[in-house]
Design a protein around this ligand. Structure first.
Ligand SMILES: *Cc1c(COP(=O)(O)O)cnc(C)c1O
Length: 229
């Protein structure tokens, strides 16, 4: 199947899952994670109607966002301090922020570029040693610290679930949704009003994520890989 066909199949399935859950499909944004394909892959998905793309490497988001500035670009990868200027220059939304020193540097770089950088705080809900993110009990403090920074706007939370275990994924997503609600009620009104995104769910577990309240799902293989079923 071609990328365009797989993209449209995903969109149809997401809309169906939303309806089954009593949710409006417009509440759930599909971010096409294009890290495994080149510019032609992005072009094919754009032609099929994709508007949001995610990358996990600074060089890739720089190249692809320059080629397709009409799309919305998401950075979902590991943040290295020395690449923050490049990431801020290219990303509309950074999903994977969890270190305060990186937040400070993002604030500086965004100020330099005259922008306010939208970010999500990555939370390690499952507690797996291999996963990145702040511990759930530290998330509120991190959100509050970022909210003080004039060129950073915290839009919500992001997490990754354990692989190949849909019950563990469900528990992880429900945990992030509860944490999100708890943090939102504790924030000042101004900060709370733009704290509205839950980025969770990938090719194998996006159904559970939509059920738990995801507003963004990050789909790579189901759109871009030939052998994903
Ligand atoms: C690669 C990646 C995805 C997409 O994963 P798939 O299983 O291919 O859908 C989502 N989020 C992050 C952070 C990724 O690195």
């Amino acid at each position: 199947m071609a990328i365009a066909d797989r993209y449209m199949r995903v969109i149809d399935e997401v809309a169906e899952q939303c309806r089954q859950q009593g949710r409006d499909p417009r509440e759930v944004r599909v971010v096409a994670i294009s890290k495994t394909v080149g510019l032609d892959g992005v072009r094919d998905a754009l032609a099929a109607g994709a508007s949001d793309f995610g990358e996990n490497r600074p060089d890739q988001i720089m190249e692809k966002s320059a080629a397709y500035p009409e799309a919305t670009w998401h950075f979902v990868g590991n943040i290295q301090s020395r690449r923050i200027a490049d990431i801020v220059a290219s990303a509309h939304l950074i999903h994977s922020l969890f270190e305060l020193s990186h937040a400070r540097k993002i604030d500086q770089e965004a100020a330099r570029l005259g922008k306010v950088q939208d970010v999500l705080i990555e939370v390690n809900v499952s507690g797996e040693g291999t996963k990145s993110g702040v511990a759930p009990q530290d998330a509120f403090e991190m959100v509050q610290a970022c909210a003080q920074m004039p060129h950073v706007r915290v839009r919500g939370l992001m997490t990754m679930a354990p692989a190949d275990d849909s019950e563990a994924a469900r528990a992880t997503f429900e945990g992030l949704a509860r944490l999100f609600d708890d943090i939102k009620t504790r924030l000042d009104e101004g900060v709370a009003s733009s704290f509205d995104e839950l980025s969770m769910g990938m090719s194998d577990d996006w159904r559970e994520a939509i059920e738990a309240g995801a507003t963004m799902i990050r789909i790579g293989r189901a759109i871009f890989s030939d052998d994903f079923e």
